[in-house]
Design a protein around this ligand. Structure first.
Ligand SMILES: [Zn+2]
Length: 318
């Protein structure tokens, strides 16, 4: 019997990462290209089609190519493979991405929300491989999550499940770009975090980062500075962790999930962020779980999305 293969595509606002992989998550070929989102959906579909053709060529004689999975930003109408208004893909108001790729390739195509695809990736091949229930929280420009319950992705009734970034922790908090107030994302999303950090540092002249403007500060600079002993940088990231942990504790109390993974650019902040998350988690969860929880870093990094996108292709055929 020949090896079953699938194409996994992680469609991002700036780059498309794609791979040809086996059902056990072994990557046989990997391609990364700039998305060039300004060209609109047609141009991106043409790019994806040419990547698919390259993988088909490789798969020939290697194995049995079963289909294509795509992780895409925005709201996804999963059953129809439609992508609705992703924030970082302009002109994508309602794009039938699945049917378009299916028509061009002749293969079955599954389209999944990008946060969900990454959670599937970690749950099948990464840090939550052995856990029946898990959650992957991605903290980057935006804050999202994917929830796995009983080894299945929980999409919710409209595909919106896991929108942790828009859980409000303060009704009078800062305005969020979703139109609400006090959303977690409005504290820990990359842009908000660096803006808050710049304001905080103005009151901490002892910090070597005082000279940085909010446009110059990055989560990585904060993390490096914290690692070098700068207390103010540590505080900023720890505080972001506390706020994240507060929301996570609420989710644990509802779903009783204890495998919690943190990924995305800001997860690279490491210890200060995780210290904050664990402190809050273990303070606000119900008493029997206090002191027992610890968030873990995601393991697959930026491969989680494309590998996770292949999962529905294989599970469809088994
Ligand atoms: Zn919001």
């Amino acid at each position: 019997m020949s090896t079953e293969l699938a194409i996994g595509i992680d469609l991002g606002g700036t780059a498309v990462k794609a791979c040809l992989a086996t059902a056990s998550g072994v990557i046989l070929q990997e391609i990364q290209q700039p998305t060039r989102a300004s060209g609109g959906p047609e141009q991106v579909i043409t790019l994806l089609t040419s990547m698919i053709a390259t993988f088909e060529e490789t798969a020939r004689g290697t194995g049995d190519l079963r289909g294509i999975g795509v992780g895409a930003p925005g709201s996804i109408v999963h059953e129809e493979g439609r992508v609705i208004s992703p924030p970082n893909l302009p002109d994508w108001h309602d794009v039938p991405l699945g049917p378009a790729l299916q028509e061009k390739s002749g293969m079955i195509v599954f389209v999944e929300n990008d946060a969900n695809a990454a959670a599937l990736g970690e749950a099948h091949f990464g840090a939550s491989k052995d856990a029946p229930n898990s959650m992957l929280v991605t903290i980057g420009t935006g804050v999202g999550s994917g929830i796995i319950l009983d080894r299945k992705l929980w999409r919710g009734e409209h595909g919106f499940a896991g929108e942790i970034g828009h859980v409000s922790i303060d009704a009078e908090g800062p305005a969020c770009n979703c139109g609400s107030r006090g959303c977690l994302e409005a504290y820990v999303g990359a842009a908000y975090l660096t803006e808050r950090a710049a304001a905080f540092l103005r009151h901490h002249p002892e910090s070597p980062l005082t000279a940085y403007s909010k446009d110059e500060l990055t989560p990585k600079i904060l993390a490096d500075s914290a690692r070098n002993g700068d207390r103010a940088s540590y505080e900023i990231l720890y505080e972001a962790g506390l706020k994240t942990g507060l929301v996570l504790a609420g989710i644990v109390n509802i779903l009783d999930i204890t495998t919690i993974l943190i990924g995305g650019g800001i997860a690279a902040a490491g210890k200060p962020l995780f210290d904050g998350i664990d402190t809050s988690l273990n303070t606000y969860v119900i008493a029997p779980l206090r002191g027992k929880l610890s968030a873990q870093p995601a393991r697959l990094g930026n491969k989680a999305g494309m590998l996770g996108a292949t999962v529905p292709v294989f599970s469809q055929h088994t």
